[in-house]
Every structure is written in structure tokens, then in C-alpha cells.
Write a protein that binds this ligand. Structure first.
Ligand code: FES
Ligand SMILES: [Fe+2]
Length: 428
């Protein structure tokens, strides 16, 4: 349970909030490269951390991420003409380059130097394997990009989902690994699963015991239950600052998967959830277009699923009753969305009752709030910001001998790091 003040501190991410300021110090995914498919293509409305921005790709393939509002009379640059190395406001023709310089001001007399005094707010970007990363922080020289292996392979899968809830709500769902046994796998029993399989272990013992670690990247957990043969079934996951998660998943052997989830706040009530991972040799990315409503151009019109609030995620009561699935809702992500969005867009943490399996949530929230306060009070860099290698982690499930130190025992597979792309890339 949090106080009302703590809930505000944890959730609010707009300009001049402690949490928002902390997030701004990191590079994070801003949009997909394919959203700007070619030089001088149509600009895109992008909302990040409560700011309304416009992204565009100029004639030289550089990506600009600038204020939506023209500094002249505040018309939207979304309507702008993307031409000859800049985005031109169609109201009076002022033109801006990717760095925010005003490069043409045809509405003023030729002898005027007003153009040199005007800038539009612009943020740095960096493209890596399908992601346009954004830096909205205060540093003159930004930190390095986090070495997240899922984005360091040239053969990758990226999915993005619009979530109608606060960023922390989505992320807390990833700390809450015990829900998998119910929400996603509650229809499994020891009679319809293979003895000794991961699903069998979860069906056999629906509760688990937690071990939580504070780490260089944020927090990690191992949750374990006994197996029939006297060993331990472990689920291992990580939360990495400022809003990444690596989860044990449904049938993911520890160390077998290089990928991450990422909950990028659009504003306090809307989040884009990224799923990024390296494909296995020969694996094709799954065609997900059938699950989505086609993207529109509005602030909240990207990456919406056809199963959504408006249709109760197409819950099928018959399938729920007959145990086709526990929920009657198709799709793991859709099941997660139904739960975390049903709490309200910012849920009231003064009214919750957390149990022993919520330890990861309790510890991680505390870590986030402490880090945001420490940055605000004395400039202490938050976890991972200056240690890009702290992101070398993998998650998953494993059966371990009883009584071992799970963190040490799994170190080699957990810290496997085999990028095929560039390892070190400095921001700029
Ligand atoms: S409002 Fe953009 S040029 Fe006038
Ligand atoms: Fe889930």
C-alpha cells in the first residue's frame, strides 16, 4: 500500500516531475524505424512523457523529434511539408531542421536576422536495429545506449502495443509472475499437462516463494516451487531502469531468449508497450497485423488492438466456463491488458492489499521512488544510466537442484550476451 503522495511520485511522468525527470536521463525507444519509412516521408505525431512531438525523417535520412507546436504562432508541425532537409510549417512557411534550428523564415524581410534567434525544441535520436531511440534528458553529452541484447541483433522482432493505463501498471504486471499460473494458465491442471513440464509445475503448486535482489540494473526476482522429484522449479525475471522488463514467459528456458519488454509512457494515462527480441536462426517474425486496428495519425491511434476496452476484449463466457482458457479472453497480452487496464488508468494504491507474492512489486516501487528522489536531491545517477553493460541479462524458467543459491547458480545463462550487431554505441 502506498500513500497518496507516493502514488503520485511513482506514476506521474510529465515535465518537472521527479519520475519523469529521471526517465528523461535515459535513452529510450521513441518510435519504430518503419514508422518513418523513407527520407522526406510524412511526419508522425509522437507523444512521449507527456510531451506532444512530431517525428520526421529528413532528406539525408536523419530523424528529427521536435515540438509539435511551431514557435511562431503555435500551429502544429504535423501538417508540415517535409522537404529539402527540414520540416516547413504550412502556416507561414518557417522551416526547421532535425536539430531544431530555424533554417528558413520566408515571412520576414530578407534583412531580418530573427530566424537565427528562433529555435524549436528538439530531442536527439539514434537509430539501432529498427528502433529510433530518443534522448530527452538534460546532459550535453548523453549517456550510452543501454546494451539491451534484443535490440543488438540484425534479425529481430518488434511489436508495439497501445496500453490505456499508466506505465507503472503495465510494468507491475511483469513483476507479478504468480498471475501467470492463474490468468494465463489457470485452465491447466496436473491431468492435462505433461508431468515434469513447466506448466505441470505451475499447475501442481499455484503459489510460489519469492527471492528478490537489488541489482545494478534495478531489481530481479526468482520465484520457486518444489518439483515432484525434490528439485526446485524457478521463474527468473528482471526489472531494468527506467521501464524495461525481462520475464520468465510461458515456455521460455532460462537463457534461451534475448529480448525485453519496455513500457514507454506517452503520458500519465497512456503507455506504449514494446516487445523486442532477437529471432532464433531461421525464425520469421510473426505476422501480427490481423490483431491490430490499422494505425491512424492521432496521438493515440497507433498500435491499438482489435480486442480492447470497447468490446470487453471479446471475452467469451462459454470458453471461460468450459475452461478453454481461464479467462475466455484470447491472447496473453490481451489478458494482461484486461487486468491492468481494469484497475483504472492510474490505480489507487492506497486501497490495495499486497501479499507475500507481491514482494517484487513492493521492492521495485521503492527502488524507483528512491532513485527519482536521489536524482532530484543530489544528482545521484539512477541505476544503469552510466553502466550500459548492466543490461546484460536474460530471463526464463529452470529446474534447479534444491537449496542452491539461484542467483549465483544461474549466472552464466542469465548473463549470456551474444549480440550480432554493434556492442558499443555512444549516443549522439
Ligand atoms: S505558425 Fe508556423 S510559421 Fe507561423
Ligand atoms: Fe501476464
Amino acid at each position: 500500500m502506498l500513500t497518496p503522495e507516493e502514488n503520485e511520485l511513482l506514476c506521474r511522468v510529465g515535465p518537472d516531475t521527479p519520475m519523469g525527470n529521471m526517465m528523461r536521463e535515459y535513452w529510450f525507444p521513441g518510435l519504430q524505424s518503419i514508422e518513418l519509412p523513407e527520407p522526406d516521408c510524412a511526419p508522425v505525431r509522437i507523444k512521449l512523457l507527456g510531451e506532444e512531438l512530431v517525428a520526421f525523417r529528413d532528406s539525408n535520412n536523419n530523424v528529427g523529434l521536435i515540438d509539435n507546436y511551431c514557435p511562431h504562432r503555435r500551429a502544429s508541425l504535423f501538417f508540415g511539408r517535409n522537404e529539402e532537409e527540414g520540416l516547413r510549417c504550412v502556416y507561414h512557411g518557417w522551416k526547421f531542421d532535425v536539430n531544431g534550428n530555424c533554417v528558413d523564415m520566408p515571412s520576414e524581410p530578407a534583412e531580418s536576422n530573427f530566424k537565427d534567434k528562433v529555435r524549436i525544441k528538439s530531442y536527439r535520436t539514434h537509430e539501432r536495429n529498427g528502433i529510433i531511440w530518443a534522448y530527452m534528458g538534460s546532459r550535453e553529452i548523453p549517456p550510452a545506449l543501454p546494451e539491451l541484447e534484443g535490440n543488438m541483433h540484425d534479425n529481430y522482432s518488434i511489436t508495439v502495443l497501445h496500453r490505456n493505463c499508466n506505465w507503472m501498471q503495465g510494468l507491475e504486471g511483469e513483476m507479478d509472475t504468480v498471475h501467470v499460473t492463474f490468468l494465463h494458465l489457470g485452465h491447466f491442471t496436473i491431468y492435462n499437462t505433461e508431468p515434469g513440464s513447466m506448466n505441470y509445475h505451475q499447475a501442481k503448486n499455484r503459489y510460489g516463494k519469492f527471492s528478490v535482489k537489488e541489482t545494478e540494473h534495478g531489481t530481479s526476482y526468482g520465484m520457486w516451487r518444489p518439483t515432484d522429484d525434490g528439485q526446485e522449479y524457478w521463474r527468473v525475471g528482471h526489472i531494468l531502469f527506467p521501464f524495461y522488463a525481462m520475464v520468465p514467459g510461458i515456455d521460455n528456458q532460462l537463457g534461451s531468449n534475448a529480448g525485453f519488454l519496455c513500457y514507454v509512457p506517452m503520458d500519465d494515462h497512456h503507455t506504449l508497450e514494446w516487445g523486442v527480441r532477437a529471432l532464433k536462426p531461421g525464425e520469421e517474425p510473426r505476422d501480427q497485423s490481423r490483431d491490430y486496428i490499422p494505425n491512424g495519425t492521432g496521438w493515440y491511434d497507433r498500435y491499438n488492438l482489435d480486442q480492447n476496452w470497447g468490446n470487453d476484449f471479446e471475452i467469451d463466457r462459454e470458453a471461460q466456463r468450459n475452461n478453454v482458457s481461464f479467462t475466455g479472453i484470447k491472447g496473453i497480452r490481451q489478458q494482461d491488458m484486461a487486468m491492468t487496464e481494469s484497475m483504472g488508468s492510474i490505480y489507487d494504491r492506497t486501497k490495495e492489499h499486497l501479499g507475500t507474492t507481491d514482494q517484487m512489486i513492493i521492492r521495485t516501487r521503492r527502488r524507483f521512488m528512491d532513485a527519482a528522489r536521489a536524482l532530484m536531491e543530489d544528482g545521484t545517477p539512477p541505476p544503469g544510466l552510466e553502466t550500459p553493460w548492466a543490461y546484460h541479462q536474460r530471463s526464463g524458467q529452470a529446474v534447479l537442484p534444491a537449496g542452491v543459491d539461484w542467483w549465483e547458480y544461474t549466472k552464466d545463462v542469465r548473463e549470456r550476451f551474444e549480440p550480432s550487431g554493434l556492442v558499443m554505441e555512444m549516443g549522439g
